[in-house]
Write a protein that binds this ligand. Sequence first.
Ligand SMILES: Cc1cc2nc3c(=O)[nH]c(=O)nc-3n(C[C@H](O)[C@H](O)[C@H](O)COP(=O)(O)O)c2cc1C
Length: 216
Amino acid sequence: MASDVTTSPAHGPAPSPKAIAGRVDIAPQAFVVPMAQTIVGCMADGRPNFMAVAWLTRVNYQPPMLGVAINRRNFSHGAIAASGQFSVNFPTVDMTAVTDYTGLASGARVDKSGLFEVFHGHLDAAPLIRECPLGIECRVHTAVELPSNTFFIGEIVGAWCAEDCLDGAGAPDPRLLRPILLTMPDNRYWSMGDVVGRAWHDGKALRGKADGSEAG
Ligand SMILES: Cc1cc2nc3c(=O)[nH]c(=O)nc-3n(C[C@H](O)[C@H](O)[C@H](O)COP(=O)(O)O)c2cc1C
């Protein structure tokens, strides 16, 4: 692990109630926009262990890094901290039950290593799940200690995609990956919806109007 970042517990007093016409303060239940539901893999007590993780995000462009927020009560936490490695596997929508199970049972009490067929890429403590069409292996770069969770920021050292989920240009096609999405606080799993636009593209139509430059 390259470095540790420790932040002071920032539990301030709750803000005093505020009324805004037409709005309801629903904090902290604001995570209704779908998150990718993944299964994080690690090696614990000499065997693969897996846990459901939805709190993850891409955090650095170059070198590519992603972060996962792991509660310190989880068995996986100690294993990731000790080895400095973990994997992030993306199950398909057919895998909701087994994915959910990895989030209900702890490796401290049950052996979850037989749930999946495991393979390894570059790292020996980042088990990848054969049944998941995309698996990313990470080496911990920084561990940010938060009040209940550690935000493990991992440098991506390998990203293994099933050949039949690649598009003609060699990039993963989300429609073929069929990822599971999670919303909270209703705690439901979803499949992906419709394509509604193109990123770094659709805004070009506003260029002329918004900043005086040429549209297109
Ligand atoms: C849908 C779902 C999402 C979850 N997301 C996270 C998460 O992002 N971070 C976390 O620490 N725990 C998360 N959990 C809880 C862990 O997966 C759960 O505590 C699990 O049993 C830990 O396994 P372990 O003790 O073998 O590490 C989630 C559970 C479910 C069901």
